[in-house]
Design a protein around this ligand. Structure first.
Ligand SMILES: [Zn+2]
Length: 390
Protein backbone atom coordinates (compact mmCIF):
# COMPACT_ATOMS: atom_id res chain seq x y z
CA UNK A 1 0.00 0.00 0.00
CA UNK A 2 1.33 3.43 -0.89
CA UNK A 3 0.74 6.48 1.30
CA UNK A 4 -1.54 7.69 -1.47
CA UNK A 5 -3.89 4.76 -0.97
CA UNK A 6 -4.22 5.29 2.76
CA UNK A 7 -7.43 7.34 2.97
CA UNK A 8 -9.42 4.86 0.96
CA UNK A 9 -7.95 1.83 2.65
CA UNK A 10 -8.82 3.21 6.06
CA UNK A 11 -12.48 2.99 5.02
CA UNK A 12 -12.22 -0.55 3.80
CA UNK A 13 -15.23 -2.51 5.00
CA UNK A 14 -16.94 0.52 6.54
CA UNK A 15 -20.76 0.45 6.45
CA UNK A 16 -20.84 2.73 3.39
CA UNK A 17 -18.54 0.46 1.46
CA UNK A 18 -20.43 -2.70 2.43
CA UNK A 19 -23.67 -1.09 1.29
CA UNK A 20 -22.11 0.05 -1.97
CA UNK A 21 -20.79 -3.43 -2.76
CA UNK A 22 -24.30 -4.83 -2.33
CA UNK A 23 -25.91 -1.95 -4.26
CA UNK A 24 -23.54 -2.44 -7.23
CA UNK A 25 -23.95 -6.24 -7.21
CA UNK A 26 -20.29 -6.84 -6.29
CA UNK A 27 -21.53 -8.72 -3.21
CA UNK A 28 -24.73 -10.69 -2.57
CA UNK A 29 -23.83 -12.40 0.69
CA UNK A 30 -22.00 -11.91 3.98
CA UNK A 31 -19.31 -14.25 2.64
CA UNK A 32 -18.79 -11.97 -0.39
CA UNK A 33 -18.51 -8.94 1.89
CA UNK A 34 -16.02 -10.72 4.10
CA UNK A 35 -13.90 -11.66 1.08
CA UNK A 36 -14.01 -8.14 -0.43
CA UNK A 37 -13.32 -6.31 2.82
CA UNK A 38 -10.86 -8.72 4.38
CA UNK A 39 -12.89 -8.41 7.60
CA UNK A 40 -13.79 -11.41 9.75
CA UNK A 41 -17.21 -13.01 9.15
CA UNK A 42 -18.36 -11.96 12.64
CA UNK A 43 -17.46 -8.28 12.07
CA UNK A 44 -19.21 -8.34 8.69
CA UNK A 45 -22.28 -9.96 10.28
CA UNK A 46 -22.43 -7.27 12.96
CA UNK A 47 -22.27 -4.48 10.40
CA UNK A 48 -24.80 -6.17 8.12
CA UNK A 49 -27.22 -6.62 11.05
CA UNK A 50 -26.89 -2.91 11.87
CA UNK A 51 -27.62 -2.00 8.23
CA UNK A 52 -30.64 -4.35 8.18
CA UNK A 53 -31.95 -2.79 11.41
CA UNK A 54 -31.64 0.66 9.81
CA UNK A 55 -33.68 -0.62 6.86
CA UNK A 56 -30.77 0.02 4.50
CA UNK A 57 -30.24 -3.66 3.61
CA UNK A 58 -32.67 -6.55 3.37
CA UNK A 59 -32.44 -10.30 3.00
CA UNK A 60 -34.15 -11.85 0.05
CA UNK A 61 -34.84 -15.53 -0.63
CA UNK A 62 -31.95 -17.93 -0.80
CA UNK A 63 -28.78 -17.76 -2.84
CA UNK A 64 -27.03 -20.57 -4.69
CA UNK A 65 -26.08 -23.49 -2.43
CA UNK A 66 -22.53 -24.76 -2.38
CA UNK A 67 -23.45 -28.04 -0.76
CA UNK A 68 -24.58 -26.91 2.70
CA UNK A 69 -27.38 -24.65 3.85
CA UNK A 70 -28.41 -22.18 1.17
CA UNK A 71 -27.15 -18.69 2.12
CA UNK A 72 -29.64 -15.81 2.31
CA UNK A 73 -29.03 -13.10 -0.27
CA UNK A 74 -28.46 -9.48 0.64
CA UNK A 75 -30.05 -6.65 -1.30
CA UNK A 76 -30.63 -2.91 -1.04
CA UNK A 77 -34.40 -2.32 -0.78
CA UNK A 78 -35.47 -0.88 -4.13
CA UNK A 79 -38.59 0.82 -5.39
CA UNK A 80 -39.39 2.95 -2.34
CA UNK A 81 -39.49 6.69 -2.96
CA UNK A 82 -37.50 7.44 0.19
CA UNK A 83 -34.85 9.99 -0.79
CA UNK A 84 -35.77 13.49 -1.97
CA UNK A 85 -33.49 15.34 -4.40
CA UNK A 86 -33.41 18.83 -5.89
CA UNK A 87 -31.01 19.92 -8.63
CA UNK A 88 -31.50 23.65 -8.96
CA UNK A 89 -30.45 25.38 -12.17
CA UNK A 90 -30.66 28.97 -13.37
CA UNK A 91 -34.01 28.52 -15.13
CA UNK A 92 -35.15 25.00 -14.23
CA UNK A 93 -35.00 22.57 -11.35
CA UNK A 94 -35.02 18.79 -11.57
CA UNK A 95 -36.80 17.35 -8.56
CA UNK A 96 -36.91 13.66 -7.77
CA UNK A 97 -37.81 10.86 -5.38
CA UNK A 98 -35.26 8.04 -5.41
CA UNK A 99 -34.80 4.71 -3.70
CA UNK A 100 -31.95 3.60 -1.44
CA UNK A 101 -29.93 2.28 -4.36
CA UNK A 102 -29.97 5.78 -5.93
CA UNK A 103 -32.46 4.78 -8.64
CA UNK A 104 -34.98 7.41 -9.73
CA UNK A 105 -38.54 6.41 -8.80
CA UNK A 106 -40.26 9.64 -9.87
CA UNK A 107 -38.85 12.90 -11.17
CA UNK A 108 -39.97 16.05 -12.93
CA UNK A 109 -38.56 19.31 -14.22
CA UNK A 110 -40.03 22.60 -13.02
CA UNK A 111 -39.43 26.08 -14.42
CA UNK A 112 -37.72 28.29 -11.84
CA UNK A 113 -37.21 32.03 -11.51
CA UNK A 114 -34.08 32.16 -9.38
CA UNK A 115 -34.56 35.92 -8.89
CA UNK A 116 -37.75 35.21 -6.90
CA UNK A 117 -35.37 34.49 -4.02
CA UNK A 118 -34.56 31.47 -1.89
CA UNK A 119 -37.68 31.27 0.32
CA UNK A 120 -40.06 31.23 -2.61
CA UNK A 121 -37.98 28.93 -4.85
CA UNK A 122 -37.00 26.41 -2.18
CA UNK A 123 -40.50 26.42 -0.64
CA UNK A 124 -41.98 25.43 -4.01
CA UNK A 125 -39.35 22.76 -4.64
CA UNK A 126 -39.69 21.19 -1.17
CA UNK A 127 -43.46 20.99 -1.71
CA UNK A 128 -42.74 19.18 -4.97
CA UNK A 129 -40.44 16.73 -3.16
CA UNK A 130 -43.27 16.02 -0.71
CA UNK A 131 -45.62 15.33 -3.63
CA UNK A 132 -43.12 13.05 -5.35
CA UNK A 133 -42.43 10.95 -2.26
CA UNK A 134 -46.16 10.38 -2.00
CA UNK A 135 -47.48 12.98 0.38
CA UNK A 136 -50.55 15.10 -0.17
CA UNK A 137 -49.47 17.52 2.51
CA UNK A 138 -49.43 21.19 1.65
CA UNK A 139 -46.21 23.15 1.29
CA UNK A 140 -44.53 23.67 4.63
CA UNK A 141 -45.89 20.48 6.18
CA UNK A 142 -43.49 17.80 7.24
CA UNK A 143 -42.90 15.15 4.62
CA UNK A 144 -43.91 11.55 5.34
CA UNK A 145 -42.04 9.24 7.68
CA UNK A 146 -40.67 7.05 4.90
CA UNK A 147 -38.41 9.88 3.73
CA UNK A 148 -34.77 9.46 4.81
CA UNK A 149 -33.43 12.84 3.76
CA UNK A 150 -33.28 15.50 1.07
CA UNK A 151 -30.22 16.37 -1.03
CA UNK A 152 -30.08 19.78 -2.70
CA UNK A 153 -27.73 21.06 -5.41
CA UNK A 154 -27.25 24.84 -5.77
CA UNK A 155 -25.73 26.51 -8.87
CA UNK A 156 -23.26 28.51 -6.79
CA UNK A 157 -20.60 28.18 -4.06
CA UNK A 158 -21.85 26.39 -0.94
CA UNK A 159 -19.94 26.33 2.34
CA UNK A 160 -20.24 22.63 2.98
CA UNK A 161 -20.13 22.56 6.77
CA UNK A 162 -23.00 25.04 7.17
CA UNK A 163 -25.00 24.67 3.93
CA UNK A 164 -24.77 28.42 3.38
CA UNK A 165 -24.43 30.04 -0.07
CA UNK A 166 -21.42 32.34 -0.47
CA UNK A 167 -21.21 35.01 -3.21
CA UNK A 168 -23.03 33.26 -6.04
CA UNK A 169 -23.11 34.72 -9.56
CA UNK A 170 -26.51 35.44 -11.12
CA UNK A 171 -28.46 34.54 -7.94
CA UNK A 172 -29.72 37.90 -6.60
CA UNK A 173 -30.98 37.63 -3.02
CA UNK A 174 -29.26 34.29 -2.33
CA UNK A 175 -25.88 35.49 -0.98
CA UNK A 176 -25.35 34.27 2.59
CA UNK A 177 -28.65 32.37 2.61
CA UNK A 178 -28.61 29.35 4.91
CA UNK A 179 -30.27 26.73 2.69
CA UNK A 180 -29.80 23.90 5.18
CA UNK A 181 -31.39 25.83 8.08
CA UNK A 182 -34.30 27.04 5.94
CA UNK A 183 -35.05 23.52 4.73
CA UNK A 184 -34.51 21.95 8.16
CA UNK A 185 -37.36 24.13 9.39
CA UNK A 186 -39.67 22.58 6.82
CA UNK A 187 -38.74 18.89 6.74
CA UNK A 188 -37.77 16.85 9.78
CA UNK A 189 -35.18 14.70 8.01
CA UNK A 190 -31.52 15.50 7.26
CA UNK A 191 -31.07 18.07 4.48
CA UNK A 192 -27.71 18.07 2.71
CA UNK A 193 -26.68 20.97 0.50
CA UNK A 194 -23.86 21.06 -2.02
CA UNK A 195 -23.06 22.82 -5.26
CA UNK A 196 -24.45 21.45 -8.51
CA UNK A 197 -21.06 20.45 -9.97
CA UNK A 198 -20.31 18.28 -6.95
CA UNK A 199 -23.69 16.56 -7.29
CA UNK A 200 -23.04 15.93 -10.97
CA UNK A 201 -19.59 14.53 -10.14
CA UNK A 202 -20.98 12.18 -7.52
CA UNK A 203 -23.91 11.04 -9.68
CA UNK A 204 -21.71 10.45 -12.72
CA UNK A 205 -18.97 8.72 -10.75
CA UNK A 206 -21.31 6.33 -8.95
CA UNK A 207 -23.19 5.41 -12.12
CA UNK A 208 -20.45 5.36 -14.78
CA UNK A 209 -17.07 4.82 -13.12
CA UNK A 210 -17.37 3.66 -9.50
CA UNK A 211 -14.21 1.58 -10.05
CA UNK A 212 -12.04 4.63 -10.87
CA UNK A 213 -10.54 6.47 -7.90
CA UNK A 214 -9.52 9.80 -9.46
CA UNK A 215 -11.86 11.79 -11.66
CA UNK A 216 -12.70 15.37 -12.68
CA UNK A 217 -16.20 16.33 -13.79
CA UNK A 218 -16.76 19.67 -15.54
CA UNK A 219 -20.26 21.10 -15.50
CA UNK A 220 -20.67 23.55 -18.37
CA UNK A 221 -24.10 25.16 -18.54
CA UNK A 222 -25.19 28.71 -17.78
CA UNK A 223 -22.28 28.77 -15.31
CA UNK A 224 -19.17 26.62 -15.26
CA UNK A 225 -17.70 24.55 -12.44
CA UNK A 226 -16.18 21.21 -11.62
CA UNK A 227 -16.35 18.41 -9.09
CA UNK A 228 -13.38 16.35 -7.95
CA UNK A 229 -13.38 12.66 -7.02
CA UNK A 230 -10.18 11.80 -5.16
CA UNK A 231 -9.40 8.35 -3.77
CA UNK A 232 -12.97 7.35 -4.62
CA UNK A 233 -14.57 10.17 -2.64
CA UNK A 234 -15.91 13.63 -3.38
CA UNK A 235 -13.13 16.07 -2.50
CA UNK A 236 -14.52 19.34 -1.13
CA UNK A 237 -11.42 20.88 0.40
CA UNK A 238 -11.40 22.92 3.60
CA UNK A 239 -14.50 25.05 3.00
CA UNK A 240 -16.25 23.31 0.13
CA UNK A 241 -14.83 25.36 -2.73
CA UNK A 242 -12.57 22.64 -4.20
CA UNK A 243 -13.16 22.26 -7.93
CA UNK A 244 -14.56 25.77 -8.37
CA UNK A 245 -12.73 26.74 -11.54
CA UNK A 246 -15.14 29.50 -12.53
CA UNK A 247 -12.84 32.40 -11.58
CA UNK A 248 -9.56 30.94 -12.78
CA UNK A 249 -7.94 33.31 -15.26
CA UNK A 250 -7.63 32.35 -18.91
CA UNK A 251 -5.88 33.98 -21.86
CA UNK A 252 -8.43 36.24 -23.54
CA UNK A 253 -7.92 39.47 -25.45
CA UNK A 254 -9.80 41.58 -24.64
CA UNK A 255 -10.44 40.04 -21.20
CA UNK A 256 -14.20 40.25 -20.62
CA UNK A 257 -15.34 41.58 -17.21
CA UNK A 258 -16.60 38.97 -14.75
CA UNK A 259 -19.38 39.14 -12.15
CA UNK A 260 -16.68 38.72 -9.45
CA UNK A 261 -15.12 42.08 -10.31
CA UNK A 262 -12.06 40.68 -12.07
CA UNK A 263 -11.64 40.22 -15.82
CA UNK A 264 -10.79 37.22 -17.97
CA UNK A 265 -12.23 34.58 -15.63
CA UNK A 266 -13.14 31.21 -17.17
CA UNK A 267 -16.79 31.94 -16.41
CA UNK A 268 -16.63 35.25 -18.30
CA UNK A 269 -15.24 33.50 -21.39
CA UNK A 270 -16.62 29.96 -21.49
CA UNK A 271 -19.92 29.74 -19.59
CA UNK A 272 -23.28 29.68 -21.32
CA UNK A 273 -24.04 33.11 -19.87
CA UNK A 274 -20.77 34.44 -21.35
CA UNK A 275 -21.65 33.06 -24.80
CA UNK A 276 -25.05 34.78 -24.67
CA UNK A 277 -23.43 38.10 -23.70
CA UNK A 278 -20.68 37.85 -26.34
CA UNK A 279 -23.14 37.07 -29.14
CA UNK A 280 -25.40 39.95 -28.15
CA UNK A 281 -22.42 42.30 -28.19
CA UNK A 282 -21.78 41.14 -31.76
CA UNK A 283 -25.36 42.09 -32.61
CA UNK A 284 -26.80 38.58 -32.69
CA UNK A 285 -30.30 38.64 -31.16
CA UNK A 286 -30.07 35.69 -28.79
CA UNK A 287 -31.82 35.57 -25.42
CA UNK A 288 -30.58 32.42 -23.70
CA UNK A 289 -28.34 29.37 -23.83
CA UNK A 290 -30.93 27.38 -25.79
CA UNK A 291 -30.67 30.00 -28.54
CA UNK A 292 -26.86 29.83 -28.50
CA UNK A 293 -26.86 26.02 -28.77
CA UNK A 294 -29.32 26.21 -31.66
CA UNK A 295 -27.02 28.64 -33.51
CA UNK A 296 -24.01 26.38 -32.94
CA UNK A 297 -25.97 23.32 -34.14
CA UNK A 298 -26.93 25.30 -37.24
CA UNK A 299 -23.26 26.04 -37.94
CA UNK A 300 -23.55 29.81 -37.32
CA UNK A 301 -20.07 31.26 -37.86
CA UNK A 302 -19.97 33.68 -34.89
CA UNK A 303 -21.49 31.24 -32.41
CA UNK A 304 -19.19 28.42 -33.52
CA UNK A 305 -16.10 30.64 -33.19
CA UNK A 306 -17.13 31.58 -29.65
CA UNK A 307 -17.76 27.92 -28.78
CA UNK A 308 -14.25 27.04 -29.99
CA UNK A 309 -12.77 29.87 -27.93
CA UNK A 310 -14.75 28.61 -24.92
CA UNK A 311 -13.46 25.07 -25.48
CA UNK A 312 -9.86 26.30 -25.61
CA UNK A 313 -10.37 28.22 -22.36
CA UNK A 314 -11.84 25.17 -20.60
CA UNK A 315 -9.00 23.02 -21.98
CA UNK A 316 -6.41 25.51 -20.74
CA UNK A 317 -7.68 25.37 -17.14
CA UNK A 318 -8.29 21.65 -17.35
CA UNK A 319 -4.70 21.06 -18.49
CA UNK A 320 -3.44 22.67 -15.28
CA UNK A 321 -5.85 20.54 -13.26
CA UNK A 322 -4.89 17.33 -15.08
CA UNK A 323 -1.13 17.98 -14.77
CA UNK A 324 -1.58 18.74 -11.09
CA UNK A 325 -4.09 16.04 -10.13
CA UNK A 326 -3.47 13.18 -12.62
CA UNK A 327 -7.06 11.87 -12.88
CA UNK A 328 -8.09 8.67 -14.69
CA UNK A 329 -11.09 10.30 -16.30
CA UNK A 330 -12.18 13.82 -17.24
CA UNK A 331 -15.87 14.03 -18.11
CA UNK A 332 -17.85 17.05 -19.23
CA UNK A 333 -21.56 17.45 -18.54
CA UNK A 334 -24.13 20.23 -18.54
CA UNK A 335 -25.89 21.69 -21.54
CA UNK A 336 -22.70 22.77 -23.36
CA UNK A 337 -21.33 19.20 -23.26
CA UNK A 338 -23.27 18.37 -26.42
CA UNK A 339 -21.64 21.26 -28.24
CA UNK A 340 -19.19 19.56 -30.61
CA UNK A 341 -16.90 22.54 -31.49
CA UNK A 342 -16.43 23.29 -27.78
CA UNK A 343 -15.60 19.69 -26.95
CA UNK A 344 -13.17 19.33 -29.86
CA UNK A 345 -11.16 22.45 -28.90
CA UNK A 346 -11.18 21.45 -25.23
CA UNK A 347 -9.77 18.04 -26.11
CA UNK A 348 -7.11 19.44 -28.46
CA UNK A 349 -5.92 22.03 -25.91
CA UNK A 350 -5.83 19.42 -23.18
CA UNK A 351 -3.58 17.09 -25.21
CA UNK A 352 -1.38 19.97 -26.32
CA UNK A 353 -0.81 21.33 -22.81
CA UNK A 354 -0.60 18.15 -20.72
CA UNK A 355 2.36 15.96 -19.86
CA UNK A 356 2.29 12.74 -21.90
CA UNK A 357 2.29 10.73 -18.67
CA UNK A 358 -0.87 12.52 -17.51
CA UNK A 359 -2.81 11.86 -20.74
CA UNK A 360 -1.44 8.43 -21.76
CA UNK A 361 -4.43 6.53 -20.38
CA UNK A 362 -6.69 9.49 -19.55
CA UNK A 363 -10.34 9.00 -20.55
CA UNK A 364 -11.93 12.20 -21.87
CA UNK A 365 -15.66 11.81 -22.30
CA UNK A 366 -19.14 13.22 -21.96
CA UNK A 367 -21.13 12.63 -18.79
CA UNK A 368 -23.58 10.00 -19.98
CA UNK A 369 -26.09 9.93 -17.12
CA UNK A 370 -28.46 12.51 -18.65
CA UNK A 371 -30.75 14.96 -16.90
CA UNK A 372 -31.04 12.87 -13.72
CA UNK A 373 -27.31 12.89 -12.94
CA UNK A 374 -27.66 15.75 -10.44
CA UNK A 375 -30.55 14.26 -8.46
CA UNK A 376 -28.77 10.89 -8.51
CA UNK A 377 -25.73 12.55 -6.92
CA UNK A 378 -28.00 14.31 -4.41
CA UNK A 379 -29.54 10.96 -3.46
CA UNK A 380 -26.10 9.40 -2.94
CA UNK A 381 -25.14 12.30 -0.66
CA UNK A 382 -28.20 11.54 1.46
CA UNK A 383 -27.65 7.78 1.41
CA UNK A 384 -24.00 8.20 2.47
CA UNK A 385 -25.13 10.50 5.28
CA UNK A 386 -27.83 8.10 6.49
CA UNK A 387 -25.35 5.22 6.54
CA UNK A 388 -22.72 7.18 8.44
CA UNK A 389 -23.93 10.57 9.70
CA UNK A 390 -21.18 13.18 9.96
ZN1 LIG B 1 -14.64 36.00 -11.99
Amino acid sequence: MTIDDAPRDALRGGPRELLRWVATGAAVSRADLSRLSGLSPSTVSQRVEALINQGLLEETGAGRSRGGRRPRQLAVPTGGAVVGAIDLGAHHARVGALDLSGRVVRARTLPVRIEDGPESVLGTLLAEVATLVGSDSAAGDSVPGALRGVGIGIPGPVQHATGRIVSPSRMPGWNGFDVAAFCAGRVDVPVIVDNDANLMALGAHRTAHPELDHAIYIKAGTGIGSGVISSGRLHRGAQGSAGDISHCRVVADPAPPCTCGNAGCLEAVASGAALVTALREQGVPVSDLTGVIRLIDDGDRQATALARQAGRAVGEILAVVVNFFNPQVVAIGGRLADCEPLLASMRATLYERCLPLATQTLLIERVAAGQDVGITGAAHLVIDHVVAPA
